[in-house]
Design a protein around this ligand. Structure first.
Ligand SMILES: Cc1ncc(C[n+]2csc(CCOP(=O)(O)OP(=O)(O)O)c2C)c(N)n1
Ligand SMILES: CC(=O)[C@@H](O)[C@H](O)COP(=O)(O)O
Ligand SMILES: [Mg+2]
Length: 630
């Protein structure tokens, strides 16, 4: 079938089993070829080709609400709803979003990017439907990994007690990004293999149906016997005990099985969960046999060999941080490492292999991970919690209430800080300054290179109290690690360049752009001081007082939200001390930054050497004249 000819899913209603199988094959071929060029979450999507086709065949989107959890596995949904032609722009600047996007299609009824939100959203949709007296189906599609997220369990608790009509699709491929973890995962494993219970249950139900109508006693007894035997086969049908009818395990690559299960669920009055068994990466050998989670989502690759293209010359920031912590952990038995389901992204697999007894993957459970780290610290350990900036948002109260308020020795490695690019607005790591700044005890820092990062790690492990080192997605500089930079003291900034016409203040990778701007200004006779504000909190008050007393214009540039960012913090300090320096800030101004190449996104924000130089000239106009006329 010509995939590009699809504009709406209605055509699926008329396809027979053979035609559906052919369509699935054509979609798989299209996905493998398209993602080889653009990159993307190819593994997750190859696993849900038949499932997504079946959902659009047996439900009527958009009146029936298909709600994808995380949403990284919605490529087939996008193909079936007329967006095949846009796949050449997948996750690119102004191109097709890698997650559901309401503005792209009426079929995208819910957006995501963060895990475990689909069931709560589905509950909202279902209750609104009931209040309005509508009859549409609500169908959250949640993976076995996302099911380990606390929000999902909170929602199940509510859905089951309320007996809300919905069809929950549990897409169980035994994988999170890496192999899935946790007791729920183990329980699903038993359910996956316990087909005999389902046959027995089906047989028992048929037997009970045939019992003579001799009042209810005999039938009640038989029913209770059937229910009491279920524990003989599996560790209790977790879902049915919550009041949610369990159907499964169902072969997620078999259209007949999927159709039968969905039809049954549509007729049932109350919540149903269909436990669908799929194979992540199905149909493409490297992805199908991926044990590490590399094919969960990645950049362009060579189809014939599975070779991932564009490997970098230096190691990633994640690898540098995790390997440095591992090195220290070999010398200090109190150091432990933790991750909420991101061992691959945070490059902690080496730590896991070398010190398995001091490594913890909590599953997609950021709240639990942060407070578990706090508990570890309270018990005298030195936990290193590697957590993406965007996912730390999920554990904010735990950071405030458990870690910071109790002033515990937790070290946060805030990965993917700053713009991440292809994952877009749900993943940009640009809010953490704003929500960490108000916390009284934590030290928040960002190194300008890997040498400073190493110094910050050692400083953190030797300093009591909560510490956080934020670092970007991407690779380290590959510098000489033997350079002696002297001691690193908390709250001390570093002058990278002297100048008297203005002071440009920044941190992390943005400093490179600021230094380029300083060179451009120097070529025009304007000499600016460039300050590495490597401690975002606490501020370097002494250096700010020096700037305040000199009256030099101050320009703060940061790849973060302006509100609550370093610029806000410095402006408040200067204002409270009644300094009269002219101040300027450059950063993200009250908007979500969508997906695209980071350099293009930075250009749109104005974080370029040209714009910084231009803004500085405006700022220093008179000052420079005065200085040159001395
Ligand atoms: C709150 C949150 N934490 C972590 C992630 C990173 N993440 C994206 S997909 C994924 C694994 C999801 O596994 P599963 O739900 O089983 O989906 P599958 O990829 O197996 O289809 C993780 C950990 C996220 N998107 N949101
Ligand atoms: C969908 C999701 O949240 C993850 O797959 C995320 O895309 C990983 O990001 P990195 O590629 O930066 O590790
Ligand atoms: Mg999974």
């Amino acid at each position: 079938m010509n995939i590009y000819s699809i504009d709406e899913p209605a055509f699926l209603k008329d396809l027979n089993e053979k035609e559906l199988v052919q369509l699935a094959s054509d979609v798989r071929e299209f996905l493998i070829e398209s993602c080889a060029v653009t990159g993307g979450h190819i593994g997750a999507n190859l696993g849900v080709v038949e499932l997504t086709i079946a959902l659009h065949k047996y439900f009527d989107s958009p009146s029936d609400k298909l709600i994808f959890d995380v949403g990284h596995q919605a490529y087939i949904h996008k193909i079936l709803t007329g967006r095949s032609a846009d796949f050449a722009t997948l996750r690119q600047y102004k191109g097709l979003c890698g997650f559901p996007k309401m503005r792209e299609s009426e079929h995208d009824v819910w957006e995501a990017g963060h895990s475990s939100t689909s069931l709560s959203a589905a509950m909202g949709f279902a209750k609104a439907r009931d209040i309005k007296g509508e009859k549409n189906h609500v169908v959250p599609i949640i993976g076995d990994g996302a099911l380990t997220g606390g929000m999902a369990l909170e929602a199940l608790n509510h859905i089951g007690s309320d007996k809300t009509n919905m069809t929950i699709i549990l897409n169980d491929n035994e994988m999170s990004i890496a192999p899935n973890v946790g007791a729920l995962h183990n329980m699903l494993g038993r359910m996956r293999t316990n087909t005999q219970y389902n046959k027995f249950k089906h047989g028992a139900e048929e037997f009970i149906e045939r019992l003579p109508q001799v009042g209810t006693t005999l039938r009640d007894l038989a029913d209770r016997f059937k229910d009491s035997t279920k524990y003989m086969f599996v560790d209790g049908i977790f879902f049915e005990e919550l009041g949610i009818k369990y159907i499964g395990p169902v072969d997620g690559h078999n259209f007949e099985d999927l159709g039968a299960a969905i039809k049954t669920s549509k007729e049932y009055d109350g919540p149903v969960i269909i436990h669908v068994i799929t194979k992540k990466g199905k149909g493409y050998h490297p992805a199908e046999h991926d044990k590490l989670g590399i094919w969960h989502g990645l950049g362009p690759y060579k189809i014939e060999t599975g070779e991932v293209l564009g490997t970098k010359k230096t190691e990633s920031w994640s690898a540098f941080m995790s390997n440095t912590v591992l090195d220290r952990a070999h010398k200090d038995e109190s150091i432990v490492a933790m991750t909420p389901a991101m061992p691959v992204g945070s490059k902690l697999t080496k730590f896991q292999n070398e010190l398995p007894e001091r490594f913890f993957d909590t599953g997609i459970a950021e709240q639990h991970a942060v407070t578990m780290a706090a508990g570890m610290a309270a018990a005298g350990m030195k936990p290193y919690l590697a957590i993406y900036s965007t996912f730390l948002q999920r554990g904010y109260d735990q950071l405030l209430h458990d870690v910071d308020r109790q002033n515990l020795d937790v070290l946060l490695g805030i990965d993917r800080s700053g713009l991440v690019g292809a994952d877009g607005e749900t993943h940009q790591g640009v809010f953490d300054l704003s929500f960490i700044a108000p916390l009284p005890n934590i030290t928040l820092m960002m190194p300008r290179d890997e040498k400073e990062a190493e110094m910050m790690i050692d400083l953190s492990f030797s300093t009591p109290g909560p510490m956080a080192i934020r670092y970007p997605r991407g690779n380290v500089h590959g510098i000489d690690m033997n350079e002696d930079r002297g001691p690193l003291e908390i709250g001390t900034w570093e002058v990278l360049r002297e100048g008297t016409d203005a002071a440009l203040v920044s941190y992390g990778p943005t400093l490179q752009t600021v230094m380029e701007a300083a060179d451009k200004l120097s070529a025009e006779g304007i000499e600016v001081k460039v300050i590495n504000a490597r401690f975002i909190k606490p501020l370097d008050n002494a250096m700010l007082d020096t700037l305040g007393e000199s009256g030099v214009p101050v320009f703060v540039i940061e790849e973060a939200m302006l509100t609550g960012g370093l610029g806000s913090m410095i402006s408040s300090y200067m204002h409270d001390k009644m300094y009269t320096n002219k101040m300027q800030r450059l950063g993200i101004d009250n908007e979500y930054i969508e997906h695209g190449d980071v350099n293009l996104l930075l250009r749109d924000i104005g974080i370029t050497a040209e714009n910084i130089a231009g803004r500085t000239k405006q700022l220093t106009g008179e000052t420079h004249e005065k200085n040159t006329n001395r």
